[in-house]
Design a protein around this ligand. Structure first.
Ligand SMILES: [Zn+2]
Ligand SMILES: [Zn+2]
Length: 632
């Protein structure tokens, strides 16, 4: 029987319960607590079963790094074990039955776990905790919380293990209210000073988007574990508090808390969001010092980071040096090639991936399709889109359809794109019509542009950007009355265009410029340099592109072409760096035609390499040319 119990323990401790692959650092703690409840069973785990750190959710734009799909659950011969238990007379043993509940829950058979739980003649708190954790780990947060209430009605008091299971459940249903109740209970019971409970609170508040409350709990923790630091850093990262995430990361080191792979995979995507090469190199060096340069998740995050900093070659070197690669590693590299305009390399790598033992997933296809889109590889894109379902049994989702419309539309095949939309088996969403509208703007198609815009106005009535796009389409066709009509419509609805801005990093400080902004301390110098620059590039053939004038609202007429934010950022960069230094600029919207043209000339006259990362992709400007080949 001992071996059976050992087996049950083994199964319930196995590393890939369905939802634990989704958990972050915080959820690692309940495991330790559970372990305490089993302390009477001195068992050591076979080492390959020790959980490897899961990739925590990463910061938004990193599509290629989205979490891998869930691994199929381990299905043990559970019925057999269960019948054996009954046959051996252990059917009423609380400990054995709790282990069975645990086992079923870990194998994603939560309903069976519940049946076992209901059949137990008596239940102790460990059994209750098993079912609460079971529901929580199977994504059934509401039922987990329901069980916490029932447990109390049963006359029992939740302990810290219950709370640590219940808190992520609150976070998953986004129930701040219940989360706060649990917090209040924890305080009353004195559990809030326990490091695992407060860490779970930090995590819960972060996921409920109350980073202020998470901060408060974190700051007041009498003792912080590495897991607590990680939870807070990840919380900042997930709530787009980039600077705070980095500040805390630095503070952590000042307090000599040694970061681990969890910390690194939370921080690296934050840096990827800022995409400053110098910082990428620094954190890479740091990873090496921490001996994490063989860690597949850390290395994958670094591949993604270098690609996002525009250093595709370095990313590829790291990729090639990796002994083992996860599907997210391949995705990061393929996406890196795609967004940097190396469509052919993206395809080559994808072909190599198909020959490897790693199976492409839906994110891989998204990266491949968008790479084809960025490089105008229409035939290849169509082939891969078809192959997705035919060869890999993957059902395309809205993002894939959006990519296809973008691919066809950008290439000027507007009618084919429109037909494609009409034939979609799912109801087309914003990404699909958005791609269509964008393509109509590029190719100046008023009729289809109007159709797409109409759908978008219905789907997302509060988004001003689509109105601006439609107005631009009318403007390009000199349909001024329609331009005025759209503008009036925007005013009536109180809609505004997202203001464009560009940022550039100088000596670890981020400088942000809005179109026409004059509030920078060096403003005067910047405008003088810019005026000279425009003269210089005009002398070698630059002609301002009047079309882009309509990107600007009537009421901000002074913010004309010449003072678009990226031009200000470039001028600032030129003034403050030594000749030959490459400039890295981030733009929140798509780069306009005029700025794109002007930047090409600027790279020529100044001999500088200028890398602009816009909303959709990278542009590497060098010697008067852009890596996108003017296809973006
Ligand atoms: Zn511009
Ligand atoms: Zn470009």
């Amino acid at each position: 029987m001992g071996s059976l119990i050992a087996y049950l323990y083994w199964i319930t401790r196995s590393p890939s319960p369905p939802h634990e692959t989704e958990t972050n650092a915080v959820d690692a703690e309940p495991v330790r607590c559970c372990r305490c409840s089993y302390s009477s069973q001195p068992l050591s785990l076979p080492s390959p079963l020790l959980p490897s750190p899961p990739l925590p959710p990463l910061l938004s734009p990193s599509r290629s790094l989205r979490r891998p799909p869930r691994a199929p659950p381990i299905l043990p011969p559970s019925r057999e074990i269960h019948s054996q238990l009954i046959a051996s007379g252990f059917g009423s043993n609380v400990f054995a039955m709790t282990a069975v509940v645990n086992m079923y829950a870990k194998c994603r058979r939560i309903e069976e776990a519940r049946r076992m739980f209901d059949r137990m003649p008596e239940r102790d708190l460990v059994a209750w905790n098993a079912i609460v954790a079971g529901y929580a780990q199977n994504g059934m947060a509401e039922r987990a919380l329901e069980m916490v209430i029932r447990l109390q009605k049963d006359g029992r008091k939740p302990d810290s293990v219950t709370l640590v299971s219940a808190l992520p459940a609150c976070a998953n249903v986004g129930s701040l209210k219940i989360g706060k109740t649990v917090h209040a209970f924890a305080m009353k019971a004195g559990f809030d000073s326990l490091v695992n409970v407060s860490t779970a609170l930090v995590d819960m508040y972060s996921k409920c988007k109350r980073i202020d409350l998470a901060e408060e709990v974190f700051e007041n923790m009498p003792v912080k574990s590495l897991v607590s630091w990680n939870a807070m850093i990840l919380g900042y990262a997930q709530n787009d508090r980039v600077e705070d995430a980095l500040r805390l990361f630095n503070k952590m080191q000042r307090e000599t808390v040694m970061p681990d792979s969890f910390t690194m995979v939370s921080v690296i995507p934050v840096l990827a969001d800022i995409s400053v090469l110098k910082q990428a190199k620094w954190i890479h060096g740091f990873a090496i010092r921490l001996c994490l340069d063989k860690n597949i998740f850390v290395m994958t995050a670094l591949v993604d980071l270098y690609a996002k900093c525009g250093s595709v070659r370095v990313a590829r070197r790291l990729f090639d040096a990796m002994e083992e690669r996860h599907v997210t590693t391949w995705n990061a590299m393929i996406d890196g090639y795609g967004t940097n305009g190396f469509g052919k390399s993206a395809i080559d790598l994808f072909e190599q991936m198909k020959r490897s033992s790693v199976k492409p997933n839906d994110i891989t296809f998204l990266s491949v399709l968008s790479a084809c889109g960025h490089s105008g590889l229409v035939q290849e894109g169509k082939k891969y889109f078809a192959g997705m379902k035919e060869d890999y049994g993957l059902e395309p989702n809205m993002d894939h359809y959006g990519c296809m419309v973008d691919l066809l539309g950008r290439a000027g095949r507007l009618h084919e794109a429109w037909d494609f939309i009409q034939k979609m088996p799912i109801s087309p969403g914003i990404s699909v019509y958005g791609a269509m509208l964008g393509a109509c703007k590029i190719h100046k198609n008023v009729k289809l542009g109007e159709e797409a815009a109409q759908r978008l106005f219905e789907l997302e009535p509060d988004e001003g950007g689509y109105h601006v796009l439609l107005a631009n389409i009318y403007a390009a066709a000199s349909m001024w009355e329609d331009v005025a009509r759209v503008r009036t419509m925007m005013e009536k609805k109180g809609l505004q265009k997202t203001p464009g801005y560009s940022s550039i990093d100088l000596k670890n400080e981020m400088h942000t410029f809005y179109s026409g902004s004059t509030d920078h301390p060096q403003s005067q110098k910047i405008y003088t340099r810019l005026a000279r620059l425009i003269d210089e590039i005009k002398a070698v053939g630059y002609v301002p592109d009047g079309d882009s004038l309509h990107d600007v609202e009537e009421d901000v007429k002074e913010q004309l072409l010449g003072t678009h934010s990226e031009k200000l950022a470039i001028a600032f960069g030129l003034i403050n760096t030594t000749p030959g230094t490459s400039l890295q600029i981030r733009k929140n919207l798509r780069v306009c035609n005029d700025c794109h043209e002007a930047t090409k000339f600027i790279s020529q006259v100044t001999g500088r390499e200028i890398i602009v990362r816009d909303m959709q992709r990278f542009h590497h400007f060098k010697n008067g040319q852009c890596s996108c080949g003017d296809y973006w």
